[in-house]
Structures are given as C-alpha cells and as structure tokens.
Design a protein around this ligand. Structure first.
Ligand SMILES: [Zn+2]
Length: 355
C-alpha cells in the first residue's frame, strides 16, 4: 500500500519569508454576533435618511498596483525587461490610470465589516464549517420572506440585494504611469484571503495588512508592473441613498475622516510588501432632498454647486461621525485594533528580505 504524502503547504513557517515579522494583523470578531435587520433598499427615496454624493480625492502614498488582468510583453516597455511579461494595470481610453469602482467598494466594504457587527462573507465553501455561528454570510430568501441582513450587507448589498452605495471608477488626474518591480512572491493574485484561520482551522479574525513608509521594489528580480507612483492622485464619486446618519458616519470613518482615528486605505496588489496606501480627502458632499432633485443631479452632476464644501462640510462630517460612535454602529474595540494597522502616517518600515 502506498501512502500519499501530503504536499507541504506554503505557510508562514516554511516560506522564504520565515523570520520576517508578519506584515498583517488580525482584527478580532466583535463579541456580539451580527445584528440583522431589514435593509432600507433603493426602491423608495426616504426622507428620514440621507442620500447624495461624496466627492473623493485619493492620494497615493506608496506605489499602487491595480490589476487589469492584461499581461503584455516587457519588450513593449524597455530592453531591460525584454523577455519578461509586464503586468498591466487598469488604464482608461485616455491612457490614464483607473481604479475600478468595484475595487474601491471592496476595500471600503472589508474595512466597514471589520468595525461593525457584520457577517463573514466570501469565505470559501470548504471553510464554511469554521465560521462561528451567527457570523455566516447573510442570505436573502424572498420566498420565505427572510430579508434581514447585517450592518455591512445593509450598506454594501448582499447576494440578490442591491446595496445603498455605489462607487464610480476613480480616474487618475494625470496621464502615464510608473514602472515598479514587485517581489515575485507577491505577484498579483485573484483575491487575497480576507478571513484568517487559526491552527485549529477556525476563523480567528479578519486579516489586514499594515501600511509602511514605502513599498519594497525588488528590482530586476521582481515582476515588472505598471503602477501609480507616489503622490499620483485619483478622483471619484460615491453615491449613497437612504443611509442613516450612523451609516454615513461609519463610511466616513472608514475613509479616514475621523480626527481621532486617522486611517488610510490599502488598495490593489502587493499589500504584504507595503504597496497600495492611499489617503482620502472628502472634497464635497451633496445632500439630495427629493427624488426629483436626485434625478436632476444624476443626469447632470455639474449643473449646481454641491451643498457642502469647506467649513460646512467639515462640520457635517464630524457631526455624523459622532453619531456613528454614539449609536454604537462602530465597534470601538475593533476600530482601535484596526487603527493600529491602518493608521496613517506611519513610521513602519516595509518587510525586508522578502524577494
Ligand atoms: Zn452580511
């Protein structure tokens, strides 16, 4: 009889990164499991809730790589990368870098999930048994009239349930890109696992990568990628409909607007090697009061000045962030844990010896 020897899995212990401090941290699950309720939905404009647009500017602080799925030959780029495939990032038709709205939404959602009582979604089927009861992904069953979902699913949507926020693609404010060399260990992967399992295979928390002062560039040993260099800026717009004050406040905390809990986003590939740090500025908020106004703005956003800018904007933002805290939609313990990982600025150095 032959026994099949299991292939050693690449773990923290036997990988080439052994001995390097781990570039991520686990954010614990809130002690109280997700609180589910019926979502507001987008079918009706609700006057006791908030709807409108948020103008955002993202400033790149460490090189950022957003995979487009397209690979080109390095010979298109330069002689030194002649035989190496160059991994392309997303460009729009004007050759400007682009961050798809769906990518941004994913980043914002996972942070929102971590600091609220939300389900563990997108856990691979084979690990479903390891998800603590009460934290399983929200499922809507219309036939049985089960339409209650967790805090994050209310805002960002669940399977068969449209969320209350929409992110448009973020456009770079200038043309062109820079070229970086990503350590091959951290080549872009379809999706980095978001939940983390302990040695017993149980879900131990949500995984978040630290920011670092700069990203690792592996030089000619790395994989050449098109990237957004430091201080590149992107602009985008977030539309929201029927949010409570606490929900909008929580969204703004995630976007780094809470003065007591300043954080930056981590967007795209190469997170373990310090890539993808982006600081968000809220440039304007336009609150919409009626369905008619909503329709007008939707079709022609630039026709009227936004309702909140500068001082009024700042006051509004801080006011509703306070509501998010006081109504305890935001879980303070998890926020404090997350702040240790995502705070910006940081003096943390990127991991060495990983390429
Ligand atoms: Zn959920």
């Amino acid at each position: 009889m032959t026994t099949i020897k299991p292939q050693p899995r690449q773990t923290q212990e036997n990988s080439p990164t052994a001995g390097v401090p781990k570039p991520y941290q686990l954010i614990s699950l809130p002690a109280e499991s997700p609180k589910k309720s019926k979502p507001a939905g987008q079918d009706r404009f609700k006057n006791d809730r908030l709807s409108g647009f948020i103008g955002l500017r993202l400033t790149v602080k460490t090189s950022a790589f957003i995979a487009s799925g397209v690979v080109a030959m390095g010979s298109d780029l330069s002689n030194t990368t002649r035989n190496i495939p160059l991994i392309k990032t997303s460009l729009d038709r004007n050759q400007q870098l682009l961050i798809p709205g769906s990518s941004l939404k994913g980043v914002v959602r996972s942070t929102y999930e971590a600091i609220t009582r939300s389900c563990l979604c997108k856990v691979t089927r084979r690990y479903q048994e390891q998800v603590p009861s009460g934290y399983k992904e929200c499922v809507i069953n219309r036939q049985r009239n089960q339409v209650e979902v967790c805090a994050a699913c209310q805002v960002f949507g669940a399977m068969d349930w449209q969320g209350l926020v929409h992110f448009t693609d973020a456009q770079c404010e200038k043309t062109g890109f820079s070229t970086g060399f990503m350590p091959s260990l951290y080549r872009p992967r379809p999706d980095e696992r978001r939940a983390y399992f302990n040695q017993q295979g149980k879900v131990a928390g949500r995984k978040f990568y630290y920011h670092a002062v700069k990203s690792v560039d592996a030089g000619d040993r790395g994989i050449p990628v098109q990237q957004a260099g430091k201080e590149f800026t992107f602009i985008t717009q977030l539309r929201f409909m029927n949010l409570t004050q606490a929900e909008l406040g929580t969204l703004l905390i995630v976007l780094g607007q809470d003065k007591q809990n300043k954080m930056a986003l981590k967007v795209g590939g190469g997170k373990p090697v310090g890539m993808g740090t982006m600081v968000v500025d809220v440039t304007e908020i336009d609150l919409i009061k009626s369905k008619e106004e909503w329709r007008d703005r939707y079709s022609n956003y630039d026709s009227q000045p936004p309702s909140l800018t500068e001082k009024a904007l700042e006051e509004f933002v801080q006011k509703i962030i306070k509501v998010a805290h006081s109504e305890k939609l935001v879980q303070d313990k998890q926020l404090q844990e997350l702040k240790q990982v995502l705070q910006w600025p940081t003096d943390r150095q990127p991991p060495e010896g990983v390429y």
